[in-house]
Ligand binder design. Structure first.
Ligand code: AMP
Ligand code: GLY
Length: 421
């Protein structure tokens, strides 16, 4: 079978490597990939938002399975278009992807289906949002409040404000950072306090299969200081959620979500990602994503024992309940190495040293790399590499990952030294 992966980051490198392990796969294409992905897949020069060109490529090259990495293509309806042409694809439909593409839609959906989430209010403009804050709806001037642009904003549309003044400042600046369309609706939310967990599952519309729970470290600096990023490092470890917590999440969140999608006419088939806050009163949904996380995927897929193609076929055929998905015991950790300037505009073009070394149980996934004229790997994005290790326990996985990180360097490389702490 020939497989097409859509996307170009560390998540997609991990997906390509996992497909490479399948005996059913003869060839992997990646649109449009990066320099590291080129070692396992043939790069295709089509961007994820060029749906028609991707579909034509899949037909012409007899692609047996397409896997969509990121939200852009899903929100544009890549899955609907591929299915219309009789092509097999794993990814949420355009309607189902609204759970991620519109925070307003997601909050309303949770309200309709009684799914625990942060208390919220919707505003039609930054001005109306300011009025709501000043009315005291979310507490006094010192109350923490979260401001969210409705539309997709590549992680830049959410501001966790420490007080009302900071929230108002964020509202004034929002249009400049995410664009007019994304602020036509604004979600204001109570600030939830607790442990954050990423819980991702395979879903076939009716059945689901959970992946190991993951902790993502979202802030740029150690001790969770500084700006939010796409993720600076992750750990996968079964102890992140107890059996009881998981059972409650299934009953209160996952089942109502999947049933709600079915009842509203868009069964969720693909990868469903719950961003959860474990609050003193139980798990609450911070956000839905309609895709794998990045860098969550890296720590998850290094532990997957079952053939990913088999799982994808079960999603497409709606037979997830008929297969058993196996995971390696133990834990894994991924340290993101980012360029100087990330998460704002990062410096690129620096030669990366140390990529020739190999370590047991360590995978280096490329997120933003290219090659220069001499064939050296160079930086080509904000997040550059995801150094991922697995081991029998978490502290050993973290130790192995940082040992490999110690061998890698470039001018301006930055990373957090406290992933997993
Ligand atoms: P989102 O894009 O909705 O996942 O938000 C990005 C990050 O902001 C989340 O991963 C959380 O760390 C934080 N966040 C979002 N909403 C809330 C909330 N209601 N309370 C506390 N933190 C939040
Ligand atoms: N790492 C968080 C995300 O992929 O949304």
């Amino acid at each position: 079978m020939k497989v097409l992966v859509v996307g170009s980051g560390g998540r997609e490198h991990a997906l390509c490597r996992t497909f490479k392990r399948s005996e059913k796969v003869t060839k992997i294409f990646c649109a449009d990939g990066n320099a590291g992905i080129a070692d396992v897949a043939e790069r295709v020069n089509i961007k994820p938002d060029e749906i028609d060109a991707l579909a034509r490529f899949a037909v012409e090259n007899q692609i047996g399975l397409t896997f969509v990495g990121g939200e852009t293509a899903l929100a544009l309806g890549i899955t609907d278009e591929f299915e219309r042409r009789g092509l097999k694809i794993v990814g949420a439909s355009r309607s189902a992807a609204r759970l991620e593409a519109s925070k307003f839609f997601a909050k309303d959906f949770m309200w309709r289906h009684n799914i625990p989430t942060a208390d919220y209010e919707i505003a039609d403009s930054p001005r109306q949002a300011t009025e709501i804050l000043r009315s005291g709806r979310f507490g006094g001037e010192d109350a923490r409040v979260v401001v969210k642009a409705d539309g997709l904003a590549a992680g830049k549309g959410v501001i966790v404000a420490a007080n009302r003044a900071e929230a108002e400042r964020a509202l004034n600046e929002l249009e400049n950072t995410v664009g007019r369309a994304a602020v036509e609706r604004i979600v204001l939310e109570e600030c939830l306090i607790g442990r954050e967990i990423s819980l991702i599952m395979f879903a076939d519309g009716e059945h689901f299969a959970l992946m190991p729970p993951v902790r993502d470290h979202k802030r740029i600096y150690e001790n969770d200081a500084g700006a939010n990023t796409g993720g600076m490092g992750t750990i996968a470890d079964m102890s992140l959620l107890s059996k009881d917590e998981t059972a409650k999440i299934i009953g209160e969140i996952i089942q109502p979500t999947l049933r709600g999608c079915q009842a509203e006419g868009f069964p969720f088939r693909g990868i469903l990602f719950l961003g959860l806050m474990m609050t003193p009163t139980g798990a609450k949904v911070i956000e839905y994503n309609a895709r794998f996380g990045d860098p969550e995927t890296q720590v998850i897929l290094v532990k997957l024992k079952t053939d990913l193609v088999e799982i994808c076929e079960a999603i497409v055929n709606q037979t997830l309940d008929k297969i058993t998905i196996e995971w390696e015991a133990g834990s894994s950790a991924c340290i993101v190495l980012a360029g100087r300037g990330y998460p704002q505009k990062a410096q690129t073009g620096d030669v990366i040293y140390g990529l020739d070394k190999e370590f047991d149980d360590v995978s280096i996934f490329h997120a933003g790399t290219a090659k220069d004229a001499q064939g050296n790997y160079i930086t080509n994005g904000g997040r550059v590499l995801g150094v991922t290790a697995s081991a029998e326990n978490l502290s050993e996985a973290i130790r192995r990952a940082y040992r490999a990180v110690g061998e890698i360097s470039w001018n301006g490389m930055q990373y957090r030294r406290d992933i997993g702490k």
